[in-house]
Ligand binder design. Structure first.
Ligand code: FNR
Length: 384
């Protein structure tokens, strides 16, 4: 089985065979017309490499540091909500694969497995992603739990104070926890064991928001809860509060404009992630890779600038490096690996990306990831 998997698309094909359609839709879809989702990947195709020859290519290394922490390559697993529905214990398995490989894993606020459950089953610290909620006491409690669990970075996501409309979830009747929608023949209140097995998950709880959210027991409630709980009146001074109470590395995710990036520098963040949430929020926004150069130019000498959205191979990691990213995050590639094969699938994705990045780096004449620069690529057409 493993030998048949050569590239990410092989894992994706298997993912589509093994995971219920409702969860596939949740992972794959972008918002509205999905233009931004599509630009996120297609814009990578505009970046071409310069081939170099007659170079000493031994020894080769992709090792780097991400917010001061060692990583085997410049990549972290992105926060993905409801990961535990793509595969039972999904968050735990992905975190274990990441720590064995040597890259960071980020646990979403909206995870199925709780912060404590992931901490109990892993050896090394992971990162925690925060959605800021109106209830600041509860938000602070989440941070305290992340501290107690030894999380080594806080990722504050700013581009989802309201949820983008993703039609696939509505069409597929996406519910969380999953429910079979055969109301005439199945007593859904009893959720028969065979039905849960068919839906490929044994986890049915929201690990982190339990206790705060009363009555969150399906996706519709979850949407309502999110609409009622996430803070839609955020200002930079609110983010400063999190800087003040979190002493470790602070990463701000969802930055697409230079002015916002400068605000992150002002408040003392350690890194920003240039991201449009994988095309799931503002449809019609530019791709994150096309936005990266101007943000690097504005703040790249003051803060680590990372990118996510559309990374589908190790080659894309090198493309992002060449345009100035310190590192990248990957969301869907992790989900494909996890849904296809569980933990070995996530490990496989990481191995493939590492191999592709190393080979590409060598073909453009470098043996160390830090040697990759803007001079290694040309743009087929300038980004808008
Ligand atoms: C996400 N993303 C996300 N981001 C975040 O900060 N918290 C979250 O809970 C989630 N949940 C989530 C679920 C799913 C199914 C996806 C696909 C994405 C966004 C994620 O962290 C990242 O920004 C994108 O996934 C990057 O794009 P790619 O790698 O999927 O193209």
């Amino acid at each position: 089985m493993m030998s048949l998997i050569c590239e990410l698309s092989d894992l994706r094909r298997l993912y589509h065979k093994r995971v219920p359609k409702m969860f596939q839709g949740y992972c794959e879809s972008g918002s509205w017309t999905q233009q931004t989702l599509s630009l996120n990947t297609s814009d990578f195709k505009e970046i071409l490499f310069r081939q170099r020859v007659a170079r000493d290519l031994e020894p080769r290394s992709l090792k780097t540091t991400l917010v001061g922490q060692d990583a085997k390559m410049p990549l972290a697993l992105a926060p993905v909500g409801l990961l535990g529905m793509q595969h039972a214990d999904g968050e735990i398995l992905a975190a274990q694969a990441a720590e064995e490989f040597g890259v960071p894993f980020t646990l979403s606020t909206m995870s199925i497995c709780s912060i404590e459950a992931v901490a109990a089953k892993t050896q090394k610290p992971f990162w925690f992603q925060l959605y800021v909620q109106k209830d600041r006491e509860f938000t602070k409690k989440l941070i305290d739990r992340a501290k107690a669990a030894g999380c080594s970075a806080l990722v504050v996501t700013l581009d989802l104070q309201m949820i983008g409309r993703r039609h696939a979830d509505h069409r597929n009747g996406m519910t969380a926890p999953p429910r079979l929608t055969l109301p005439n023949i199945i007593d859904i209140a009893k959720r028969p064991r065979w039905a849960m097995g068919m839906l490929n998950t044994k986890n049915r709880e929201f690990g982190n928001i339990q206790g705060c959210a009363t009555g969150v027991d399906d996706m519709n409630d979850l949407m309502k809860w999110t609409a009622g709980s996430f803070d839609t009146k955020l200002g930079w001074e609110d983010i400063q509060y999190f800087r003040d109470i979190w002493q470790g590395p602070l990463i701000i995710k969802g930055i697409m404009e230079a002015d916002d990036a400068r605000e992150c520098v002002k408040l003392g963040a350690d890194a920003i992630v240039v991201s449009n949430h994988g095309g799931r929020q503002l449809d019609g926004a530019r791709s994150s890779i096309s936005t990266l150069p101007e943000i690097v130019e504005a703040v790249g000498d003051q803060i680590e600038v990372w990118l996510d959205g559309g990374i589908r191979s190790g080659q894309d990691i090198i493309r992002a490096k060449a345009l100035g990213a310190k590192g990248v995050m990957v969301g869907r590639p992790m989900v494909y690996g996890l849904g296809a094969m569980g933990k070995p699938g996530v490990s496989k994705m990481l191995e493939i990306f590492h191999q592709e990045a190393e080979l590409t780096m060598a073909f453009i004449g470098h043996r160390d990831i830090h040697q990759v620069t803007r001079d290694d690529i040309v743009l087929r057409t300038p980004f808008p």
